[in-house]
Design a protein around this ligand. Structure first.
Ligand SMILES: O=C(O)CCC(=O)C(=O)O
Length: 274
């Protein structure tokens, strides 16, 4: 439970920690099963273009976001009062070209200071063959890098934002078994290649857990309370879903997605639905 001093040191030095054991095989299979059942039964709410903030309509994902082990790992990195800004289902279908270009999460999130951390949870194996997350260690030092907006068809990111001057030879693959998680810093340059395997690669990213001093620089953030003191008045407090796909949950998620899209697409030349 929690992080060792060496893991906290690695986060400070390199900007990432992995792998961290989170869920048992049974728990992971149950969450994957529930997610895939929800995808089958409610495709209009969970299709490939609509994978943000599903924790606001699916109680089992909200419960996962509040997992005690995640909180114990996040607390030493950001502080005791924690809110969750958003979540993303990063799903790569078998043998698909979907990839994630080199980017820094904080570039377009308009949250400051960068006292927040993403937890990425593997519900399937996540390997070089199926396009696991890869990071460039140490790139969280020095703040924002230049990004080009590429709007690539197969790019999972909103703008296809890409840091051009990355040497892929510097990358470390964050290989995870189902039920393990990684943590990464908001300024860490990272990305992922396509899934060349014949199985889905499913990751749930809680993006991000915000420390007590973090505030929106502009726009509106609809956040969920996670731990410690109350959510600051600069944020809109989102309720946890009472049951799957309730009208209130669907409306809360839509409002959160609309507000998030407005922030992420600020100044963008193209837009797609979130
Ligand atoms: O899941 C992926 O391939 C990329 C994940 C990512 O960019 C993130 O969690 O910030």
């Amino acid at each position: 439970m929690g992080l060792t001093a060496a893991q906290v040191q690695q986060y400070d030095d390199e900007g990432w920690i992995a792998p961290i054991d989170l869920l048992s095989a049974t728990e992971t299979a149950a969450i994957r099963g529930a997610l895939e059942a929800a995808e089958r039964e409610h495709p209009q709410h969970l299709h490939a273009e609509h994978r943000n903030n599903a924790h606001l309509i699916l109680p089992f994902l909200a419960d996962l976001a509040l997992h005690e082990t995640i909180i114990e790992c996040v607390r030493p990195l950001v502080g005791d009062d924690i809110a969750l800004a958003a979540s993303v289902l990063f799903i790569k279908e078998p043998a698909s070209g979907s990839f994630v270009s080199w980017h820094q999460d904080a570039k377009y999130m308009a949250l400051a200071p960068a006292n927040f951390v993403t937890a990425w949870i593997a519900l399937t194996p996540s390997t070089p063959d199926n396009g696991c997350v890869a990071v460039i260690p140490g790139t969280h030092h020095g703040g924002a890098r230049h990004h080009d907006d590429t709007f690539g068809e197969d790019n999972i990111l909103t703008r296809g934002q890409n840091v051009p001057d990355v040497d892929p030879d510097d990358a470390v693959d964050l290989v995870l078994q189902p039920g393990q998680m990684s943590l990464h810093h908001p300024w860490l340059v990272h990305g992922s290649r396509p899934n060349r395997s014949d199985e889905r690669r499913i990751g749930v990213a809680f993006q991000s857990y915000l420390g007590p001093d973090v505030r929106p620089e502009h726009g509106e953030y609809h956040v969920m309370h996670v731990a410690g003191g109350p959510v600051r008045p600069e944020f809109v407090l989102c309720p946890r879903p009472a049951a799957p796909f309730t009208p209130a949950g669907i409306a809360a998620r839509q409002a959160a997605n609309d507000a998030y899209a407005a922030v992420l697409y600020e100044g963008a030349e193209q837009r797609r639905s979130l």
